[in-house]
Design a protein around this ligand. Structure first.
Ligand code: SIN
Length: 487
């Protein structure tokens, strides 16, 4: 399968190490397939321990020069990268849709979203402020400076192949860190395209290194190599815990953006049409494959049937198909394993008494499609209440009181995103303060922005990405104690 790009050199198949495109030392390759039809798009270098070591060594060598560059110079490079990504938005979106499956309009949005982190952190690079602190004695002065942590390892998922990497890279580069990045094996092409553009803007060799391949080998080296001072990961809670444990042996700083089980609560005073629109955006974006997707819909009894009816009507409007086709706004899941997992969630719920409503029909048996689905008569015993679905399934659960809604919403080990719809200002404050989550959408189904702190509490992770807080995870605080001031 060939992609019709304006600039074909954005489609890179090799690993980017020390400013050079290299094959795996044993010439091994990994197929990248299109989730909409199973076709092979590319064979990319399948790297392992040896290439990871070379990438870490390159990042370590590049560190002193990159760190010493004035923040203003790093800022110019990041700004230029933002601009170049936007100039190539269409090609980058085509690559993204081909390997990930999301509709082109969403892919274009993701490129703009990913690029915005380079713009944002380019500006923030100039604002890594320190502190002066009054000392306890006359002869001393206390000064605090912030410095980049050093070599950073990034492990990123397949659901946002551009934006999840961009938001880590941008913050790390702004802070003066160098990088070794491992994108998901399903979607390495978007990551290589960013490396190609970074190379074109003149980010020096070794500052950014990107390789895909043998997940276990690369992960083992990134977590155990003492030269790596920080690991940042977006993915499942299960894998996040394993990575945190592995990083403990060299006491690396970690930031983890992990799984979620987002409640989406609709109170009886809500604007119902706005709630349905928010539900569609939050639940079905990327066919339900986002960590912040609404996972459980808690609907107040008196409006439950009206909400269910409007939502069922809304899902009939999707055009399901290959995301690269005009007008398609609902794409496939990433692979067959995801299809099986999501279908198992539906079967578990139906076997326990839920009723399923679906819309549309499967456009291609060779693709990984699951139709948009709503489940009614859902109870807390069903897996869809407890587990992250990561697919286009909306379970509806009734509640009667505010207290009950809050109890059900917080009854999970996760704490990433939560949403609720209400017009009552007192209730808005009570619920916002009561929800045990890192991010809350209030009368809003889409909360992501480079200007806002993205991250969770409980088993949804630690650290924040984006916003003025996003740099903190990539810096260390250094305390300078100046003595002998008073003679
Ligand atoms: C995610 O699914 O983790 C990212 C979603 C986003 O940034 O909007």
């Amino acid at each position: 399968m060939t992609l019709a790009l304006t600039d074909n050199t954005l489609l890179r198949h090799k690993a980017y190490i020390n400013g050079t495109w290299v094959e795996a030392s044993d010439k091994d390759t990994l197929p990248v397939t299109n989730p909409a039809n199973g076709g092979v798009i590319a064979q990319v270098a399948r790297c392992g321990t040896q290439e990871t070591r070379a990438a870490i060594a390159a990042a370590e060598t590049a560190l002193p020069l990159w760190r010493a560059k004035p923040a203003r110079e790093r800022a110019v490079l990041l700004r230029n990268l933002y601009q170049l990504m936007m100039e190539h938005q269409e090609d980058l979106a085509q690559i993204l849709t081909a390997e990930q499956g999301k509709p082109l309009a969403e892919a274009r949005g993701e490129i703009a979203y990913g690029a915005s982190y380079f713009e944002w952190f380019g500006e923030e690079a100039k604002r890594v402020y320190g502190d002066t602190i009054p000392a306890a004695t006359k002869d001393k002065r206390i000064v605090v400076i912030k410095q980049g942590v050093g070599v950073v390892a990034c492990i990123t998922p397949w659901n946002f192949p551009n934006a999840m990497l961009s938001r880590k890279m941008a913050a790390a580069l702004a802070a003066g860190c160098t990088l070794v990045c491992k994108p998901a094996s399903e979607t390495p092409l978007s990551a290589f395209a960013i490396a190609e553009l970074a190379d074109r803007v003149g980010i020096p060799a070794g500052v950014i290194n990107i390789l895909a391949g043998k997940t276990a080998e690369i992960g083992e080296e990134l977590t155990s190599n003492p030269s790596v001072r920080k690991l940042t990961f977006t993915g499942s809670t299960v894998v996040g815990k394993e990575l945190m444990a592995a990083c403990a042996s060299t006491v690396k700083k970690t930031s983890m953006e992990l799984g979620g089980n987002a409640p989406f609560i609709v109170f009886d005073d809500a604007d119902l049409d706005a709630a349905v629109a928010g539900a569609i955006a939050s639940k079905y974006r990327n066919a339900g494959q986002t960590c912040v997707c609404a996972n459980r819909f808690l609907i107040q009894e008196s409006i439950h049937d009206a909400f269910a009816e409007k939502l069922a009507q809304a899902i009939t409007q999707f055009r399901i198909g290959d995301g690269s086709q005009d007008g398609v706004n609902f794409g496939p899941l990433i692979n067959q394993r995801a299809v099986t997992d999501v279908n198992n969630f539906i079967s578990d719920a139906v076997n326990k008494g839920a009723q399923a409503i679906t819309a549309g029909k499967n456009p291609d048996p060779d693709g990984n499609f699951v139709l948009p689905t709503i489940l009614t008569h859902v109870t807390e015993e069903m897996e869809v209440f407890r587990k992250e679905i990561f697919g286009p399934v909306a379970p509806l659960i009734k509640f009667s009181t505010e207290e009950q809604a809050l109890r059900m919403a917080n009854d999970t080990e996760y704490g990433l995103a939560a949403y609720f719809y209400s017009r009552d200002i007192g209730r808005i404050w009570r619920i916002s303060e009561g929800l045990e989550y890192g991010m809350i959408g209030i009368n809003e189904g889409i909360i992501s922005s480079e200007a806002a702190p993205f991250g969770g509490v409980k088993e949804s992770g630690n650290g924040r990405e984006g916003s003025k807080y996003g740099l903190d995870d990539y810096t260390e605080i250094k305390y300078l104690c100046l003595g002998g001031i008073d003679k």
